[in-house]
Each structure stands twice: as C-alpha cells, then as structure tokens.
Design a binder for this molecule. Structure first.
Ligand SMILES: Cc1ncc(COP(=O)(O)O)c(C=O)c1O
Length: 456
C-alpha cells in the first residue's frame, strides 16, 4: 500500500535511496522506473503503463506476480505468528514443513539437512562457512581454500565476493578472503582454447586440476559454481563439464557447492540446475525461486556425506555457530511452502524448458542482422543476448557507453522489460509465462535491436 502520492514518489525517487549496481549520481539523474503493480507475468508502472516482466522481478518471481495462494499462505501465517526465533530452543511450524519439503524434493541428491537464511548471499556464505567447519570436524582444518569460475556471481557478502569471478565486484571491496582461486569459465563463445565442447571442457578441467595440485588438495575446502552462470552473462557450460568436474573433485576429495540461487526450482529447465547436468552436489545454495520473491528467504542444503561429520557425536566444534535472526522466518517459510506447491503442481521446470526453447528460437536470428548482438544463448528461462563492439573478434561492448540501456529502453517502449547487465541483455521471465508472453518478448526485442540499427 502506498501512503504517499505520485508526485512525492517521483520527487523523492533515488534522492535518499542508494540503488545497487549503479552510480548514485546516475540514478539521481535518471531515476529508476517505479513499478506499482504486478499480475501474472505483467507489471505496471506509476504512469499506468503495463509491461511483460521479462526479468521476473530479478529472476526470482518464478510463479508470477499476485498469486492468491502465496498471498493467502503469508496472510494466514501472519494471523498465527509472523516471527519467532529458530535458534536453539524454539522453532516455527512453517519452517519444519519447509525443511521436510526441501529434503523430499532433493532426495535424488541425497540431501540431509537445511539451514535457512534470508537471501542468496546468505545461502552462499553459509555454504562456504559450513564447508570449512566440515573439514575441521573431519580433522583436516587446513582445507580452507575455495575454487570458483571467472564470470561467476555468488552474492555480495565477503565470502561470496571473494569467490566472485568478475573483477568489478571484487576490486572496490578488497582485501578479500585469502585462498580463493578463479579459473576460466567453460564459455564456448569467449575462450582461448576451443569451441569444441569436449575440448573446452577438458581444458577447463585441466586448469582446475593444476590449481588443485599447485596449492595442494589438502588446502582446498570446496569448489563453488552456478550450473548456468547467470549474472556473468548466462554462460551455459558444455554438457560434459559438470560430470567431469564432479569426477575431478571426487579424485581430490573436494566438496562441490552448487550455487542454485537462480537455477533452483526450475529456471534452467530442471528442478535443480546440477540435476540438469546429471550431477549430485554436496551442498546447494537456494533462494530467489524458493519464495518467488514474495518474502526474502535463503536455504543451504547439505548432503549426507557433509552431515556425516556432524552425526559422529556431539563435538564442541560441531555447534552451528552460524545463523541469522531471519533463519527459518515463519512468513518466508509459509511463502515458500505455497510457492513450491505451485512449482510442483504446475510443473514449472517443464514449462521453463518449453518456453525457454521458444524464446531462444525466437531471438536466435537477431545476431544474423544486428551489428550489436553477437550471440543469443541460454538454458530454460535464462537467456542472454551478448553484445559486441566487434563481431569478428567478439570483443564485448563497453557497458559504460550505454548501448545495453538504450536497447533495453527501446524494448520498454515496445512493452517489454529486460535487464541490461554488463555487456549482456538478460531475459528471465516468470516460469509461468505462456507462448503469448514469450512472443511479446521476442517481438519487443527484435524491434528494439532493429531500432538500435536505425539510430546508432
Ligand atoms: C548465483 C547467485 N548466487 C547468489 C546470489 C545472491 O543472492 P541475493 O541477491 O538474494 O543475496 C545471486 C543473486 O543474483 C546469484 O545470482
């Protein structure tokens, strides 16, 4: 409910609020669009314009906006109790129900326990810290290092920033955690090795093995990666990569953390992203789609192998000295219980796959005529358009020049909101989108890239 009128909101937009991922002076100069309503895969702004939500909030509103079931679940829980602690000694009903549901849904991955938090960055921080605690309990306390992929995004805490693979997230906040190593990402469009999927996968696996051997496997706690790299530009690895990665990590006894903050609960076309590659991680980080954004919630899920360090007996070092006031938040868990029911009842992973294929097909021709679009790629409803300064060398555009914002602005004029991020345009609508919605996005983006050609 808005208590202030439209003029107040327009005048104060970006005046007092800092917005992530933009310079404060730029957002003051060009304030963000004020979104006031959402329904299904559409959103409406303060001026009454309605758009297809091609971002899905921030690739999290997977069940669509304004779902009666989720709203009712939150309201019903609010009538009982909005919050109570989940620290030692007390808990709440929705968190018990949700923990059982997540372990049921991840039975295929042999998951055993879940630790709740408030968002994806917390889920990553929890995973990194518990992986270190695991090794301390296992009698190998020197296993503290982490390996990750360049272009990877793992949220914004110091741990997640330390394993982040994009320098601009890292440089201004250093110094970061020691013992974090980034290797090249298995990115077929931009790599110095090969476009052949097998050769590329082999090259990256070899590089990871060299890092392990160089530092000593006995210093590495875990490898963390996204099954499809999202914020870094929707980078889909070769199908061989994740199974080969799992094999390599097993050889050196290193834990695999799958950062499923975006891919979890269907976005990449399978219930979990790693499952789509036929791989069982040791730890999964979940957030975003778990509540479809209705209430913030994160979850870190640990498999039986990891939990075995805790089940040997009560060791003082085994206390979980990690948790948040919001851990197990009753409203977040109630929202998640309703959301995951929709995900299963409507088989949203299958719809993400079908609609994602349609979206990719509809956009695939753009690089053939556009001077800006180098490649369209994706998996499920994670799709990216890679924008290049030079089509031959595939040199990415300089994001500072504003071509991405300009093209996204043209799409907005066509009634479609998409997200310019670095040198990519990212498309990630709610997983409930239908063919009509996908076709509107396809049409809007084709027109936007055409318009860019006219005005560039
Ligand atoms: C793969 C991945 N991990 C972690 C995060 C951090 O999640 P949050 O923004 O909820 O803290 C994100 C956010 O986009 C993400 O894409």
């Amino acid at each position: 409910m808005v208590t202030k009128d439209g003029n107040f909101l327009r005048e104060n937009n970006a005046r007092h609020q800092l917005h992530p991922m933009i310079h404060p002076l730029i957002s003051e100069e060009n304030p963000p669009q004020i979104i006031v309503k959402g329904d299904g895969y559409n959103v409406t702004d303060i001026d009454g314009n309605t758009f297809v939500d091609g971002i899905g909030g921030l690739w999290n509103v997977n069940v669509g906006h304004n779902r009666a079931e989720v709203k009712a679940a939150i309201a019903a829980q609010m009538d009982e109790i909005a919050y109570y602690s989940s620290f030692a000694g007390t808990t709440t009903a929705p968190s018990i129900e949700l923990s059982a549901k997540i372990i049921e849904m991840s039975a295929e991955e042999n998951m055993a326990k879940v630790l709740f938090s408030a968002n994806g960055s917390d889920a990553v921080e929890t995973a990194l810290k518990l992986s270190r605690q695991y090794w301390k309990l296992e009698g190998q306390p020197e296993r503290t290092g982490f390996i990750s992929l360049k272009q990877g995004y793992h949220g914004i805490q110091f741990g997640g920033t330390s394993v982040n693979g994009s320098t601009y997230y890292r440089n201004v906040y250093g110094p970061l955690l020691p013992g974090c190593y980034q290797v090249d990402s298995p990115w077929s469009y931009r790599n110095p090795y090969s476009e052949d999927p097998q050769e590329l996968s082999d090259a990256i696996i070899t590089q990871i093995e060299r890092v392990i051997q160089h530092n000593g496997a006995n210093t590495i706690s875990a490898f963390i990666a996204e099954p499809v790299q999202g914020a870094g530009g929707v980078i889909v690895p070769p199908a061989q990569f994740w199974p080969a990665l799992r094999k390599l990590l097993d050889k050196y006894d290193i834990l695999l953390i799958s950062d499923e903050v975006v891919t979890g609960f269907g976005r990449s076309g399978s219930m979990f992203g790693a499952r789509g590659w036929g791989v069982k991680p040791d730890i999964m980080c979940l957030a975003k789609g778990i509540t479809a954004g209705y209430i913030p919630l994160g979850a870190t899920v640990l498999n039986e192998r990891v939990m075995s360090a805790w089940t040997k007996g009560v060791d003082p070092n085994g206390f979980i000295f990690h948790g948040y006031t919001a851990t197990g938040h009753a409203l977040g868990c109630a929202a998640a219980n309703a959301t995951l029911k929709i995900v299963e009842d409507e088989d949203l992973p299958a719809n993400a796959k079908a609609m994602g294929d349609r979206l990719l097909k509809g956009l695939q021709d753009i690089p053939n005529w556009s001077s800006l679009a180098g490649e369209v790629r994706g998996k499920g409803l994670m799709v990216g358009i890679d924008m290049v300064a030079d089509k031959k060398t595939r040199e990415p555009i300089d994001p500072g020049k504003g071509q991405g914002e300009m093209t996204a602005g043209f799409a907005r004029e066509e009634g479609v909101i998409v997200r310019p991020a670095g040198s990519n345009i990212i498309i990630s609508p709610p997983l409930t989108i239908d063919a009509e919605g996908v076709d509107k996005i396809v049409d809007g983006l084709n027109k936007a890239f055409r318009k860019y050609e006219e005005v560039k």
